[in-house]
Design a protein around this ligand. Sequence first.
Ligand SMILES: [Zn+2]
Ligand SMILES: [Zn+2]
Length: 127
Amino acid sequence: MEEEQLSDGAIHLSGPELIAAADGEASEGIVSHLRQCALCRQRVTTLRNVQQALRYRLYRALCPSTDQLIDYCQGLLSPAQHALVARHIASCPYCSAEIELLMQRDPLIDRLLLSDLLNQRVLRYLR
Ligand SMILES: [Zn+2]
Ligand SMILES: [Zn+2]
């Protein structure tokens, strides 16, 4: 990205400067420019969104399948696979969120719900 000349002679942030800002590594000069320049602020926001989208796609491309995650939760993977998935989850917000969801399917809670349903059916039967 080439530097652009503003009508008042000021120079907008360059590509690498915008990327640094999106990464949260902006120098003081960049920060003070962003404070007064809506255009560069907008560009930083766009860059950040693109980076997030890229990261998201990267994560999902490398992600284990849900089946693998379920096997992981139930300890059905081989030790090597288990270690691999564990390492992935540690660095992947999407899979760790999925694991959290899977873990919430507590068999004890399922059983309680089931017995609750059965009780209701029994009660209805008795009425
Ligand atoms: Zn600017
Ligand atoms: Zn993942």
